[in-house]
Design a protein around this ligand. Structure first.
Ligand code: ARG
Length: 460
């Protein structure tokens, strides 16, 4: 008996450290189910092509069912001597069914096998992510509808800018996530081609039917070039990039929630069950969930850089470097799913503090632009109106008094065009209601936008 896993070419067993160093089974066993699906499709195709007998196919199918059951129950004898998930399963199959197991690898290599498995795995992951993302978006949209008329401050430079509605803000978050959804969808479409048949790199001498395996596994078509099929992991990088973007979006939302829940802002209330306390300060209620989501963005960004760097200097075709793609990918999937779950569970229970938001919206001369627009409607060119209102604001800063709280006579000292109807435009409600066009913050626009968004989500 040959001492090596690699057969006749080798005259001694692999060094035990090298064995551990090169093994991936501890992490790639996560793809076992996908590996078995791929093997079944390959075996069926080999049988239809007359390469395996019907009896051999049956033995493989029955054997793989046992293997799957052992894996599910935790009884599968994983071993680093078999290096990776692919060889562990094949070896166990052969132990169970004998020679037919040894024939399964005909016309196949681990190179096209692993490229297939990762695609199947990521496809499943994208489907799970899309589902969770949709749940989160539905929460945002319904919060937006409920608070279509709840006025809050809108910021630029984190300085009060113009009043907006809370619903409008929620729908802004939703738009970010809507693009993430479509990004994952694009990524799924592009990766949905089947590498099986590329074998090690050049294809195989057997009369295989690549269309058959591709369609059996739900791919839209076989990949077009065998070298490329086993080599590139751009689809994994793309997945990680989409993950980094969605985490970036969740991180921005987190940052706002952290600010908004502080005693200094007091814009929203989060339920106690999504917060934690302090071991020393009895008053504390910390927004740990959004903080952690913000923090986890760092690891996903790191995974993106890791995969880009992994790929950048690899010559065609397969290189062992690619085994390093899995841990970042799996951690990406786990992190994205956990963060989405945290947000989807939490978002419907965010409670905006209406009074406080309205007061905050008034601060900082938030309706100054409304006064300028008012003067423009009375005939003043916008630049002149800007100048006039700037002077009024400077006076307001000196008096510590908002424009809406100034007597009419004071306002008229800045422009004779100002009349008593000015006070309607200086309220925060008047300000938001006036931005009444597609994409604007007026409550009726927000209500309509929320309904449209809700319909789009229903039709996914
Ligand atoms: N465990 C390997 C990986 O993850 C499978 C492919 C191995 N192929 C090879 N020629 N060594 O990439």
């Amino acid at each position: 008996d040959n001492p090596s896993l690699w057969g006749g070419r080798f005259s001694e067993a692999t060094d035990s450290f090298v064995q551990r160093f090169t093994a991936s089974v501890s992490f790639d066993q996560r793809m076992a189910e996908q590996d078995i699906r791929g093997s079944l499709a390959h075996a069926r195709m080999l049988t239809d092509a007359g390469i395996l007998s019907a009896e051999e196919y049956q033995a493989i199918e029955d054997g793989l069912a046992i293997v799957q059951a052992e894996i599910t129950s935790g009884d599968f004898p994983w071993s680093i001597e078999r290096e990776d998930v692919h060889m562990n399963i094949e070896a166990r199959l052969t132990a169970l069914i004998g020679d037919a197991g040894k024939k399964l690898h005909t016309g196949r290599s681990r190179n096209d096998q692993v490229a297939t498995d990762i695609r199947l795995y990521l496809r499943d992951a994208i489907d799970a992510i899309s589902k969770e993302l949709t749940r989160l978006q539905k929460g945002l949209v319904s919060l937006a509808e409920t608070h279509a008329a709840t006025v809050m401050p809108g910021f630029t430079h984190l300085q009060g800018a113009q009043p907006v509605t809370f619903g409008h803000h929620m729908l802004a978050w939703n738009e970010m996530l809507e693009r993430d959804y479509s990004r994952f969808g694009d990524c799924r479409d592009r990766m949905n081609q089947c590498p099986l048949g590329a074998a090690a790199l050049a294809g195989t001498t057997f009369p295989i039917d690549r269309e058959q395996t591709a369609s059996a596994l739900g791919f839209t078509q076989p990949t077009r070039n065998s070298l490329d099929s086993v080599s590139d992991r751009d689809f994994a990088i793309e997945f990680t990039a989409a993950s980094a973007l969605i985490l970036t979006h969740l991180s921005r939302m987190s940052e706002e929630l952290v600010l908004w829940t502080s005693a200094q802002f007091q814009f929203v209330e989060l339920p106690d069950r999504f917060c934690t306390g302090s071991s020393i300060m009895p008053q504390k209620k910390n927004p740990d969930v959004p903080e952690l989501v913000r923090g986890k963005t760092g690891r996903v960004n790191g995974h993106l850089v890791a995969l880009l760097t992994l790929m950048k200097s690899q010559p065609l075709a397969y290189n062992k470097d690619n085994q390093e793609d899995k841990e970042p990918l799996f951690d990406c999937i786990d992190t994205v799913l956990d963060c989405l779950r945290a947000f989807a569970d939490m978002v419907p229970h965010i409670v905006p503090r209406k009074e406080r938001l309205r007061d905050a919206a008034k601060a900082g001369f938030a309706t100054a632009t409304d006064l300028a627009d008012y003067l423009v409607r009375k005939g003043l060119p916008f630049r002149d109106a800007h100048e006039v209102v700037g002077k009024a604001v400077a006076e307001g800063v000196r008096l510590e008094r908002d424009l809406s709280d100034m007597p009419l006579a004071t306002l008229q000292s800045f422009s004779a065009l100002i009349e008593s109807d000015v006070f309607e435009v200086l309220t925060v409600e008047g300000s938001v209601a006036a931005r009444d066009h597609l994409g604007g913050t007026a409550p009726n626009q927000v209500t309509a936008a929320a309904r449209h968004a809700g319909k789009r989500l229903e039709s996914r």
